[in-house]
Design a protein around this ligand. Structure first.
Ligand SMILES: NC(=O)c1ccc[n+]([C@@H]2O[C@H](COP(=O)([O-])OP(=O)(O)OC[C@H]3O[C@@H](n4cnc5c(N)ncnc54)[C@H](O)[C@@H]3O)[C@@H](O)[C@H]2O)c1
Length: 437
């Protein structure tokens, strides 16, 4: 298999060396004559452990060479784009190098019946490949993506300084493709690398890359804010974070990383308020922690807006406590949602099999009395009773009773899913609205 790599910077040079090592024949292209000459001589144009040796060996074995875009495209099965996508002044993505390169590739795609796949390896925002790369390739080549040539994405997750190890010991390979042939072409490129492979729609793959980097940035900022707060209180933040990170059930795990509705309950909002209040008084800036509360409020409002946008006036709220298998109503976003809808004149019925108003006690009872004093009148005895007279059903948590909800709803009822219920719910088509999916 012949692979062209256009753009031989950090990503392109490493990919070129590693693919050559895997046995592919690689043709590199770079508009910078210094980088092109270095690669052609088997030298690394960048400082990266092990790369000089890898490129030297690849060139010596005849597995890596440098050419023009035209020649590289002509003789390749897969054409990877790895040019830079830096920030423009406004912070937006500067796609000028991507535009230039894909126009050149489009113009160079031969009409010879050979199926070549163009693969975006550069980091681009969701929709870029579809809206900016595909039309340029099609227009310049006069060919159709997915039919005459392939189009795919393959985001890069390497870390500079350990990029060669990251390539061969990858945590995963992500392939974005909207047709099978394009996906297969990229799969072949990685034959020999053992890593879980995700083949997803192009937009999903583009989003995954940004999600990774946003998460990494949030993790670092979080650790630094916690450590700054800790230091101001005579505590070693390194020790705190070490202990925090040792919990692989709730902390370093998929827990709390499943999108749903706003957080609530008797601890998270209260403790975040306490720590951010103390930070303010101790003159420690913790913008990320402060923003978590603001973010939660914004997310709560998204739920309200989804219900309002249906135009319905009769709402069934399924789930009232802040999570399944508890009757704790304190700071439950579902209670706030109920209050808001009642305040705006909606007809509301509520179903939650964890809630029995006569059994609520103490602070929980006081919270209910303050926020939903007429809860008893709103609560339905069964799911059917709750939804029968409603136009829209809003789910804030999922438990076994609720999983089959899609089957017992009328055709005309809208299901607003704030909890991430079973995939079958989406079969309602435009009568199903998810908050983040
Ligand atoms: N550096 C990283 O650690 C890393 C990791 C993952 C993803 N990425 C992403 O990968 C992409 C490339 O990043 P990089 O760090 O390798 O960039 P880079 O600036 O090091 O390399 C880009 C290369 O593309 C070349 N180029 C630009 N226009 C060209 C053209 N018209 N024809 C041929 N070559 C051209 C440049 O000369 C340069 O050598 C970016 O989208 C980046 O966000 C980078």
């Amino acid at each position: 298999m012949n692979v062209a790599i256009i753009g031989l910077g950090y990503v392109g040079a490493v990919t070129a060396g590693c693919l050559a090592k895997l046995g592919r024949t690689v043709i590199g292209v770079d508009s910078d004559p210094y980088k092109a000459a270095a690669i052609a001589e088997g030298r690394s144009p960048i400082s990266e452990p092990g790369l000089d040796e890898l490129l030297g060996e690849a060139v010596a074995r005849g597995r890596l060479s440098v050419a023009s875009v035209g020649a590289a495209v002509e003789s390749s099965d897969v054409i990877m784009v790895a040019v830079g996508t830096p920030s423009a002044r406004s912070g937006s993505l500067d796609l000028s190098a991507v535009h230039r390169v894909v126009e050149e590739i489009g113009a160079a795609l031969p009409h010879d019946g050979r199926f070549r796949t163009v693969v975006m390896r550069s980091t681009v925002l969701p929709g870029t490949t579809d809206e900016q790369v595909r039309p340029r390739l099609e227009e310049r080549s006069g060919l159709r993506a997915g039919i005459d040539f392939g189009l795919a994405t393959n985001p890069e997750f390497l870390r500079e300084s350990s990029s060669i190890r990251d390539f061969f010991d990858a945590s995963r390979t992500v392939i974005g493709a909207d047709d099978d042939r394009s996906a297969e072409a990229v799969r072949h490129v990685y034959e020999g690398v053992k890593a879980p492979t995700f083949v997803v729609p192009i937009r999903t793959s583009e989003m995954v890359k940004y999600t990774d980097n946003a998460f990494h940035a949030v993790k670092i900022a979080f650790a630094n804010e916690i450590a700054s707060f800790a230091r101001a209180h005579g505590v070693d933040g390194r020790e705190v974070m070490r202990i925090m990170a040792s919990d692989d059930r709730l902390n370093i795990s998929p827990a709390y990383l499943r999108p749903g509705y706003a957080f609530g309950g008797s601890c998270l909002p209260k403790d975040l308020r306490a720590i951010t209040d103390r930070a303010r008084k101790s003159e420690v800036d913790v913008p990320l922690l402060t923003a978590a509360l603001a973010s939660n409020t914004v997310h709560f409002e998204r739920g309200v807006q989804l219900v309002e946008a249906t135009g319905a006036r009769r709402v069934a709220l399924v789930g009232l406590s802040f999570k399944s298998s508890t009757d704790d109503l304190r700071e439950s976003p579902a209670v706030a949602l109920a209050e808001r809808l009642l305040g705006r004149g909606y007809e509301l019925s509520i179903y939650d099999d964890d809630i029995h108003p006569d059994r609520l006690r103490g602070a929980n009872r006081a919270f209910m009395d303050a926020h939903l004093p007429h809860l008893g009148q709103l609560l339905a005895r069964s799911l059917d009773a709750a939804i029968s007279d409603s136009d829209v059903v809003v789910v804030t948590k999922v438990w076994s009773d609720v999983e089959g909800l899609g089957d017992c709803m009328r055709e005309d009822q809208v299901l607003v899913d704030l909890a991430g219920g079973p995939a079958a719910w989406a079969e309602r088509g435009d009568r199903y609205i998810g908050i983040g999916w």
